[in-house]
Design a protein around this ligand. Structure first.
Ligand code: MN
Length: 145
């Protein structure tokens, strides 16, 4: 028997599909996210669809690079948020593109009342690594519409 919340999740994912629970990165997220890899990173640039359940967001993090790098998000479904450290949050809707510079601390995720899916590209560069930092403050997140 399928639980209601599972069938709800199965209806999400949008254009590029829900994929599987993002267990490998769950420690860096509040709430549940899903990952659908679209390319094989051993063969080419890694591209994946990421889906956040309502209220889900990743921790503050940094995509480090010596040259190039950063991350590009293409929002395909739902509503969500992107914020760089020290800046106002940016509301995200389908069709939005977020070009995240390398070495900039930021987070991205769903709105509290909406699922959100984005395709994420790891931009090419040298000296690439990801640094995971503290969770987004619950009170500040809860104040977002
Ligand atoms: Mn990121």
């Amino acid at each position: 028997m399928v639980k209601a919340e599972q069938s709800d999740a199965a209806a999400q994912g949008g254009l590029f599909g829900l994929g599987e629970p993002n267990d490998a990165y769950a420690q860096y997220f509040i709430g549940r996210s899903y990952l659908n890899p679209l390319t094989d990173p051993r063969k080419t640039q890694f591209v994946a669809n990421v889906t956040f359940e309502p209220g889900c967001r990743n921790n503050w993090h940094i995509h480090h690079a010596e040259e190039g790098g950063g991350q590009i998000l293409l929002v395909t479904d739902g509503r969500g948020w992107y914020q760089e450290w020290g800046k106002e949050p940016r509301e995200l809707h389908p069709g939005d593109c977020v070009a995240i510079p390398a070495n900039v601390k930021h987070w991205h995720g769903a709105a509290k009342d909406s699922w959100m899916s984005h395709v994420a590209f790891e931009a090419c560069g040298t000296g690439l690594s990801n640094e995971w930092c503290e969770p987004v403050d619950d009170r500040e997140y809860a104040q977002l519409p």
